[in-house]
Write a protein that binds this ligand. Structure first.
Ligand code: DOR
Ligand code: ZN
Length: 428
């Protein structure tokens, strides 16, 4: 008999079917109308969907544990229906070489609640050691302009990236440094901040990336697109290039009345309403491929400093799936679009055996009761920083979360220990 069976309304291959998911050793082994199991869980209320995967988080460890650490970050992810994350390299020390990578890896193995992979950064300091760093991870992160953490690669070095093996994923923070330098001034509010990092800087960076790497077989991901002009540069891209967007660029604009503006200070910045509404449309019609939170927490003390001093970054790993779920249900949009952007495509990009409720995949699933809508408050999130800029948003949080067949979240309760999360990368 099958080890474990979960029965209910299951989203599989584009449809919601009343069926049983058979699970052995954490993997889905069977999907059938009727299945017997040693343990059987019947879900009477709600739908069973693939868990989310967040390809872009900053869990801040090592070095900035007062902002977040791998346990608090990954526990927050889990409560938000995310069972796999990819962590960014702008920690302290930054993840740029074998020692820093292995140290982060051993820490994360001890502390993560969710499965994970790790980016290695490519900067001026290690771009001539692509062989060494490529052995560490299949995921490379490159900042073309300075942002929080000051990792940086000059665009004149883009050419060198052609040497990278084609199976690697190269993720870009696309803001061009020269353009940022030219426009820089001391912004005192969100509108000024958007002017000080104009969308032209995004378009220029994307143009340079495509000039150097477009048409090669490299897998390129443009992280957190923030402008329609940036998107336009990618109009004729091929299947090797993907585009991500964050919930904050989808839902905030500088014409809104946002209180405590520094909470929304982020790179690339929140822009005007025309951009924001255009990006929503582009996301819904699949011009934008992927949702990513760019979870970038800072302490409330830091964020409450003056606008000028406040560091850029917005937390969001826990609210991404719940906010998007509510948005799709309220607008009666096809769930297939959301699941493709939050589970299927991210799994494909990271190369992890998750993201779909199908035989052979990890049994990573979330249960949403679409009637259980709540308004988000700061108490609801498990971040170390203790606040969310999405306060007041309506959302549908998961009732239960399963990771590799294990019930990990049941309502308010977490049923697994830290360290449950597995590293899904390979070190050669
Ligand atoms: O606003 C941002 N914050 N943008 C980034 O690129 C980095 C991030 C952070 O790490 O705080
Ligand atoms: Zn980021």
């Amino acid at each position: 008999m099958i080890e474990k069976v979960i029965e209910g309304k299951v989203y599989t291959r584009g449809k919601i079917l009343e069926c049983c998911v058979g699970i052995e050793r954490g993997r889905i082994v069977s999907l059938k109308r009727i299945l017997d199991g040693e343990e059987k869980i019947k879900i009477r209320r709600g739908i069973i969907l693939p868990a989310g995967i967040d390809i872009h988080v900053h869990f801040r460890e090592p070095g900035y544990e007062y902002k977040e650490d791998f346990s608090t970050g990954s526990l927050s992810a889990l409560y938000g229906g995310i069972t796999c994350i990819a962590d960014m390299p702008n920690t302290n020390p930054p993840t740029l070489d074998t020692i820093s990578f292995k140290e982060k890896l051993s820490m994360a193995k001890r502390k993560s609640y969710v499965d994970f992979v790790l980016y290695i950064g490519v900067t001026e300091s290690n771009v001539d050691k692509l062989d060494e760093i490529s052995k560490l991870s299949n995921l490379l992160k490159i900042y073309l302009g300075e942002s929080t953490g000051s990792l940086f690669l000059d665009s004149s070095n883009l050419e060198k990236l052609k040497e990278i093996e084609e199976k690697k994923l190269i993720v870009f923070h696309a803001e061009d440094r020269k353009c940022l330098d030219k426009n820089r001034f001391q912004a005192r509010n969100l509108k000024e901040y958007a002017k000080s990092r104009p969308s032209a800087c995004e378009s220029i960076a994307i143009r340079k990336i495509m000039e150097n790497l477009g048409g090669t077989n490299h897998r390129i991901h443009i992280a957190h697109i923030s402008s329609l002009s940036g998107l336009k540069e990618l109009e004729h891209r091929d299947d090797n290039t993907t585009i991500g967007i964050t919930p904050h660029h989808l839902f905030f604009n500088i014409e809104q009345d946002l209180e405590e503006e520094s909470l929304y200070k982020v790179n690339p910045p929140i822009r005007g309403r025309i951009n924001q509404e255009g990006l929503i449309e582009a996301f819904l019609n699949k011009e934008i491929d992927i949702l990513e939170s760019d979870h970038a927490p800072h302490s409330l003390d830091e964020k409450e400093m003056s606008f000028e001093e406040s560091p850029a970054g917005i937390p969001g790993v826990e609210t991404m799936y719940p906010i998007m779920m509510y948005y799709f249900v309220k607008k009666n949009l096809p769930l297939s679009r959301l699941i493709n952007a939050i589970s299927e495509k991210p799994a494909d990009l990271l190369g992890v055996n998750k993201g779909r409720i199908e035989e052979g995949r990890d049994a990573d699933m979330v249960i949403f009761d679409l009637k259980n809508v709540k308004r988000i408050d700061d108490q609801d999130v498990h971040y170390k920083c203790g606040f969310t800029p999405f306060k007041g948003f309506k959302a549908i949080f998961p009732e239960k979360v399963f990771i590799r067949g294990e019930e990990a979240i049941d309502g308010e309760e977490c049923l697994i220990e830290k360290g449950f999360g597995k590293y899904l990368g390979e070190i050669r």
